[in-house]
Design a protein around this ligand. Structure first.
Ligand SMILES: C[S@@+](CC[C@H](N)C(=O)[O-])C[C@H]1O[C@@H](n2cnc3c(N)ncnc32)[C@H](O)[C@@H]1O
Length: 238
């Protein structure tokens, strides 16, 4: 079982974290401010383009009746209608503006199996082993400390449970660098950073990597499936 002493300060010295802090949103207050400002544009700008990834994540999750599932960084709730109605979902997010929209999504689709809470994914208020599965979609490179986020995911996921991370990682390709420029300054909102390194993230995750799949346009986003047990030797497939 993965236990963490929450009284200890978070480890804050991973290269991935340092890089993100330099280039991205520095702390959760920055995140809240950014989404308060641009959150209303979110569905329009980032909804359809990143929809295939959300659908593939839900397919891979293969949710079973009665499972307890955490969606961390649930945002406006774009993935919520895709979960089966016989699972119990808790969606958390640090941004009140995004959660306001998530509540609208829930009521529009009449999703009675879904609960929403304002919470920081780097400091979850759930007991150890609370969930069967955890989905973290387009959040890893938005949070100031992705390593701490994964520590918390390990802690609240049951042993041998599943953690799914969908994200964009560093791309050296000219096309994606161009896309990053075009969507700037909204790039921070979806964690488009040219230095968010997948290998560092896999090391920091400290969980067994089950699969990696390219999704969305050109497969430039990656859908990672982890099993909540100690990592053997996580390597990015070339
Ligand atoms: C790019 S959006 C993704 C939203 C949603 N998962 C989707 O698929 O559209 C990133 C979300 O992560 C949330 N977020 C960022 N940092 C967070 C944190 N420390 N704790 C919880 N949520 C956070 C943001 O507020 C935002 O709603």
């Amino acid at each position: 079982m993965n236990q963490i002493d929450k009284s200890q300060p978070s480890e804050d010295n991973s290269p991935a974290c340092e890089q993100e802090n330099k280039k991205g949103l520095r702390d959760s207050q920055d995140v809240v401010k950014a989404y308060r400002r641009y959150g209303r544009l979110y569905n329009m700008v980032f909804g359809p383009v990143m929809e295939p990834g959300r659908k593939q994540a839900l397919k891979l999750m293969n949710c079973q009746p009665g499972e307890r599932i955490l969606e961390a960084g649930v945002g406006t709730g774009l993935a919520l209608p895709y979960y089966p109605r016989d699972v119990q979902i808790i969606g958390i997010d640090v941004s009140p503006e995004m959660l306001r929209q998530a509540r609208e999504t829930i009521s529009r689709h009449n999703l009675e199996n879904i609960e929403i809470q304002e919470m920081d994914v780097q400091n979850l208020e759930f007991k150890d082993d609370s969930f069967d599965k955890i989905a973290i979609m387009y959040v890893a490179s938005v949070v100031p400390d992705p390593k701490k986020m994964m520590q918390e995911a390990r802690r609240v996921c049951r042993p041998d449970g599943d953690v799914y991370v969908l994200n964009h990682f560093a791309s050296r390709g000219r096309i994606m660098r161009g896309v990053e420029k075009i969507i700037s300054p909204l790039a921070n909102l979806v964690g488009f950073h040219s230095d968010f390194d997948m290998n560092q993230f896999l090391t920091d995750a400290e969980m067994e990597l089950v699969s990696v799949k390219g999704v969305n346009a050109f497969g430039y986003w990656k859908l990672l499936h982890f099993r909540n047990r100690p990592a053997a030797d996580n390597k990015t497939p070339e």
